[in-house]
Design a protein. Structure first.
Length: 51
């Protein structure tokens, strides 16, 4: 299956955490985006090595 792998920083979801208010976000995490018909789907690949 083909697709484009990309890295993304995500917020952790804790509203009291600094990453939710513009601070440093944890990551990067690797994702793969691929087309499934007319839909672009995203697959989570896990924590990226580093960037
Ligand atoms: Zn956080």
């Amino acid at each position: 299956m083909s697709g484009t792998v990309y890295h993304e920083y995500r917020t952790c979801g804790d509203e009291t955490c600094q990453c939710m208010s513009g601070g440093t976000k944890p990551g990067p995490y690797a994702y793969r985006a691929y087309r499934d018909g007319d839909t672009v789907r995203r697959e989570y690949l896990g924590k990226a090595e580093s960037e």
